[in-house]
Design a protein around this ligand. Sequence first.
Ligand SMILES: O=P(O)(O)OC[C@H]1O[C@H](OP(=O)(O)OP(=O)(O)O)[C@H](O)[C@@H]1O
Ligand SMILES: O=c1cc[nH]c(=O)[nH]1
Ligand SMILES: [Mg+2]
Length: 214
Amino acid sequence: MRTHVVDHPLVAHKLTVLRDQATDSPTFRSLTEELVTLLAYEATRDVRVEACEIHTPVAPTTGVRLATPGPLVVPILRAGLGMLEGMMRLLPTAEVGFLGMVRNEETLEAATYAERLPDDLSGRQCYVLDPMLATGGTLAAAIRFLVDRGADHITAVCLLVAPEGLARLEEELADLDVPVTIVTSALDERLNEKGYIVPGLGDAGDRMYGVAAG
Ligand SMILES: O=P(O)(O)OC[C@H]1O[C@H](OP(=O)(O)OP(=O)(O)O)[C@H](O)[C@@H]1O
Ligand SMILES: O=c1cc[nH]c(=O)[nH]1
Ligand SMILES: [Mg+2]
């Protein structure tokens, strides 16, 4: 597994505003989109392309286009939904599949409550969107789900990751022979006793959409 922390002053600036508890929901949502577009530029460095012949108004030439089948973008509901538009700005022709997952805040175990994805992901490159990689339970389950369906290349885009979550992914996904890359704007210090990332930004879903029951 490879982890890439994007080192760019605009990423750091936007992340700082997201972390600030004084930032309101509309600002949080629009900054998330902007930040994800910057992360998406790095996350798509190895998006699959194929050669193609075209004619410019002046001469024939060889270029590249996205390979077929194209990438699948998978936001993890709820909070991953707030990252979708930022990603689609760079991959407007990508297909989108949805996974609804929630972490039990007592046990910290992840559960899947919704799934809307192609049945067969053979040969598909998948981009998973989830703002927070905390204990890693949610992302580990999501990645295994996609690989079990046939996905052969996984990139997860996360606003923030915790060292504990990265270690869990390394351990739980060690048996996969599919390349997994995590692209993030920061590797934070640790988790607190409630499984929240420190310093983090709080509950990403709540900050985007309001406090959810349960
Ligand atoms: O790494 P983990 O410890 O599994 O935690 C990370 C998960 O927690 C949050 O989702 P949450 O369960 O709060 O659902 P929500 O997006 O609906 O708020 C976050 O968006 C991740 O999906
Ligand atoms: O810090 C955290 C941890 C899990 N989920 C969040 O939204 N924030
Ligand atoms: Mg939440």
